[in-house]
Write a protein that binds this ligand. Structure first.
Ligand SMILES: [Zn+2]
Length: 139
């Protein structure tokens, strides 16, 4: 006896990576999800829009539940719950307690970056330290 399983498209993404993140979100909530046209888009991503994008598919009976989860994501409620559960580290100046810092780069690193500019590609040096905007104290 043949069983027909009907799927419905709950979202369309232009990149397979975004679609995988959305699929992983649904699967983390217990909703089995699949991607359609993922490999075609990955093989020729500039034509993603022409191919109709990567389709995020769920079983038809799970569509309402999937839309509810995706709406929570779109409203930012999932991100807010994540920040509440894992609050970001608050960095404060050890001297004055300020939380505002500016990036500091060393002059040898900057001069090396300018030399690399003339040699080939310039990779600007990442900040090695942070300076307090209020009092100038290095973190
Ligand atoms: Zn300070």
């Amino acid at each position: 006896m043949d069983q027909v399983i009907a799927f419905t498209v709950v979202e369309v993404h232009l990149s397979p990576w975004e679609a995988h993140v959305a699929r992983a979100l649904l699967e983390s909530e217990g909703i089995r999800a699949y991607l359609g046209s993922e490999h075609v888009v990955a093989a020729w991503w500039p034509m993603s829009l022409g191919f109709g994008g990567v389709r995020l598919l769920v079983r038809r009976e799970h569509a309402d539940q999937a839309h509810a989860v995706l709406n929570l994501r779109d409203r930012g409620e999932l991100e807010a719950a994540l920040i509440e559960a894992y609050p970001p580290d608050v960095v404060q100046c050890s001297h004055c307690g300020s939380g505002q810092f500016v990036e500091c780069r060393s002059w040898p690193a900057i001069s090396l970056a300018f030399m690399l500019l003339f040699v080939g590609r310039a990779i600007f040096p990442p900040a090695k330290d942070f300076r307090c905007q209020s009092c100038g104290q290095l973190r």
